[in-house]
Design a binder for this molecule. Structure first.
Ligand SMILES: [Zn+2]
Length: 261
């Protein structure tokens, strides 16, 4: 039952993310404006806006001008998948403050998906998306500290943010912004706050680097990309955070067991 609910919610919010990303890029008012085809500007009807199904029925082409639909159905499918995976792999029982953290996490997944979709398309992490996420992350950390009566939560989160964002800031300065963008430095604050500690922060960076190699190696081997090809860093970092959130405790437990066991 919970699974079905999360899939439904994920599909609806996923298509909201598609619309949000597009409108933010076009600088449109995303509350009042109606969805339209970016090629022929035909206003889309309800039948064109069903998550995933419309795309399948129209075979990925606009009903009116038959050009490619730019919104990827993958975005709409990613969110239900992430919601359900988070539900099954959430490391704690879903009750009390852990349930509050889980609900926060679902909201973050929506924001992260929008960021990743934007970054993959336009190689940019816009402030309009990153700043609200920083505010939300601060709110989450404060809420968890109050609910748990544990102020060390704040200390851990701040340390995590300091490590990730600090490292990115150094790289940004040393490379004159060519290796990573300023958006990554700001995103680092969100990721560090949510990772919740220094070790978790390093684990996140490690996971993102491994993923980055896995993604870019086949491309380099096939000659489709060189070492200099721009790789959107944001989605990799977000994937790193998801790994830390869902499996971090298990990974770190396994690792300490390896050393001290
Ligand atoms: Zn069209």
């Amino acid at each position: 039952m919970m699974t079905l609910l999360l899939i439904g919610l994920g599909l609806i919010l996923g298509s909201f993310v598609n619309a949000l990303v597009w409108r933010l890029h076009e600088g449109k008012d995303w509350v009042n404006d109606r969805s339209e085809c970016p090629h022929c500007h035909h206003v889309l009807g309800p039948l064109d806006l069903i998550p995933v199904l419309s795309w399948v029925m129209l075979r990925g082409k606009c009903r009116y001008c038959h050009k490619k639909i730019e919104d990827s159905p993958l975005v709409e499918l990613a969110l239900p998948a992430l919601f359900v995976a988070s539900y099954y792999f959430w490391p704690l029982d879903l009750a009390g403050s852990s349930l509050v953290a889980f609900i926060f996490w679902l909201v973050f997944l929506v924001g992260f998906l929008a960021l990743a979709a934007y970054d993959l398309r336009w190689y940019l992490l816009p402030n309009k998306m990153v700043f609200p996420l920083i505010a939300l992350a601060v709110l989450q950390v404060l809420t968890m500290a109050i609910l748990g009566g544990n102020w060390r939560v704040i200390l851990g989160a701040a340390a995590g943010a300091f490590v990730i964002s600090g490292i990115f800031y150094l790289i940004f300065q040393l490379s004159n912004g060519t290796w990573i963008g300023g958006g990554d430095v700001k995103l680092g604050i969100v990721l560090g706050l949510l990772a919740g500690g220094v070790i978790e922060g390093f684990l996140l960076l490690f996971a993102a680097s491994v993923l980055g190699m896995l993604v870019s190696l086949p491309l380099i081997l096939q000659g489709k990309a060189s070492r200099k090809t721009q790789l959107p860093f944001g989605p990799l970092l977000i994937a790193g955070l998801i790994i830390v959130k869902l499996f971090g405790t298990a990974i770190l437990g396994w690792y300490t067991g390896l050393i001290y066991g």
